[in-house]
Design a protein around this ligand. Structure first.
Ligand code: ADE
Length: 223
């Protein structure tokens, strides 16, 4: 899958994909990340990409020209989806993540400062996605959340060891509690059922734990 990220801070994207599983996915060619900086497309002689809002008000607004021209310069593949990261978008979740994993290309548009000139939306017509009801200083971290969560669904990103079959949300429930060595840590013990090798009992225990945990922490998911 190819990710094209429009961002004024390409290093924030690139630096964060240089570790662990994401780096492996890049090295293995499962994903390809490309950044496009709207500042490189501005026709303004001072390389400005933002200006004060018409009508007044605090802060700055991202100008349409650098963003639309940068977007036009992105080579679009056939099965492609364009996403603008904004707190005004639909809230990202595992269902949207699975849907996005079906595309061959995601074009992610990151804002900064006070937001986008509305004509960027009108011309590009992106899908708008938020990662939650809070406001960040820019769209780079949300874009990385999408790149990471979508990439780990692609074949070849996770090894068998990191398999996603038992992740939280994969069956609509939160994950069961996990334990590893030692059996007794400061008097806190691993539940006996996990030590007796009876796979039926273990599966039953884990399912009960998932249900109970989801009921307690996220009753909205059980509905
Ligand atoms: N940009 C700023 N805040 C954001 C959020 N919560 N989600 C997506 N993009 C954003």
């Amino acid at each position: 899958m190819r990710f094209d990220v429009l961002t004024l801070f390409p290093e924030v994207i690139k630096d964060n994909l240089n570790y662990s599983i994401m780096k492996r996915a890049v090295d293995a060619g499962v994903i390809e990340i490309n950044t496009i900086n709207p500042r490189d497309y501005t026709l303004n002689k001072h390389k400005k990409v933002d200006d004060t809002p018409y009508g007044g008000g605090a802060g700055m607004v991202l100008m349409p020209q650098p963003y639309v021209d940068a977007y036009d310069a992105v080579k679009k593949l056939e099965n492609s989806c364009t996403i603008m990261l904004t707190p005004q978008g639909e809230t990202f979740n595992n269902i949207i993540c699975a849907e996005l994993a079906n595309y061959k290309q995601l074009i992610l548009i990151c804002g900064h400062y006070e937001g986008f000139d509305e004509r960027i939306r009108e011309i590009i017509k992106p899908r708008e996605v938020s990662i939650g009801d809070f406001v960040l200083t820019g769209g780079e971290l949300p874009a990385l959340c999408i790149i990471d969560s979508v990439s780990r669904r692609l074949e070849g990103t996770l090894g068998k060891i990191e398999s996603m079959e038992e992740d939280s949300f994969s069956d609509g429930l939160l994950e069961y509690p996990q334990y590893t060595k030692p059996r007794d840590f400061r008097g806190y013990k691993v539940p006996d059922v996990l030590l007796n090798g009876n796979h039926k009992d273990i599966a039953k225990f884990r399912y009960q734990q998932k249900l109970e945990r989801t009921k307690r922490r996220r009753p909205d998911l059980l509905k």
